[in-house]
Design a protein around this ligand. Structure first.
Ligand SMILES: O=P(O)(O)OC[C@H]1O[C@H](OP(=O)(O)OP(=O)(O)O)[C@H](O)[C@@H]1O
Ligand code: HPA
Ligand SMILES: [Mg+2]
Length: 180
């Protein structure tokens, strides 16, 4: 698995340091507000698990499972809801946690949906931001790291469902995904 990685972009230590900062930030901003933290499956799973444990005020946790990449490194442009929320968002202060914003299509779709459902406020926190990948305008409220226009894997991010369990963010060797 590690042999398929061309370069480690963000080490495990750097990730965890940033996650502590993000947790402190959320604690400060949302003290006493009981926000609804929505993790976007599957990619945001490790980020969600680590960052929520760095938040020291009450939060409600829920998940949405959406997918648009399948086995490709390019977004299909069609966002499919595989699992919807269990909770209603009406009147809630919502925080969306994402692993990466690339084309912006996934979050653009989710933001419109949650606004339509009547969220009181909506903040986007993403671990990684890839601004050069954007197809729609979308600016996160908070981004942990900006990444170059390369296909990155690890810490929740997959290629064809592999590499999510790497503890760091790395760039995949092009020969691994060539032809996809
Ligand atoms: O900004 P975008 O171009 O829309 O890309 C970002 C989204 O794509 C990935 O999810 P994917 O659809 O691959 O599902 P997964 O999280 O289950 O891997 C990633 O986890 C983000 O949710
Ligand atoms: O660079 C990426 N890597 C993995 N999944 C992704 N989904 C959007 N961009 C990426
Ligand atoms: Mg994916």
């Amino acid at each position: 698995m590690h042999d398929d990685i061309q370069e480690i972009l963000i080490s495990e230590e750097k990730l965890q340091e940033k996650i502590r900062d993000i947790g402190e930030h959320v604690t400060q901003k949302y003290e006493g507000k009981f926000p609804l933290v929505i993790g976007v499956l599957k990619g945001a799973l490790p980020f969600m698990a680590d960052v929520t444990r760095q938040i020291s005020t009450h939060v409600e946790i829920d998940f949405m499972d959406v997918s648009s990449y399948g086995k490709s490194t390019v977004s299909s442009g069609e966002v499919k809801i595989i699992k919807d929320l269990d909770t209603t968002v009406e009147g809630r202060d919502v925080i969306i946690l994402e692993d990466i914003i690339d084309s912006g299509l996934t979050l653009n779709y989710l933001v419109n949906l949650l606004k339509h459902r009547g969220a009181n406020s909506l903040k986007i926190i993403t671990l990684l931001d890839k601004p050069e990948g954007r197809k729609v305008e979308l600016v996160p409220d908070l981004a942990g790291f900006t990444v170059p226009d390369e296909f990155v894997v690890g810490y929740g991010l997959d290629f064809a469902e592999k590499y999510r369990n790497l503890p760091y963010i790395g760039i995949l060797k092009p020969e691994v995904y060539k032809g996809s």
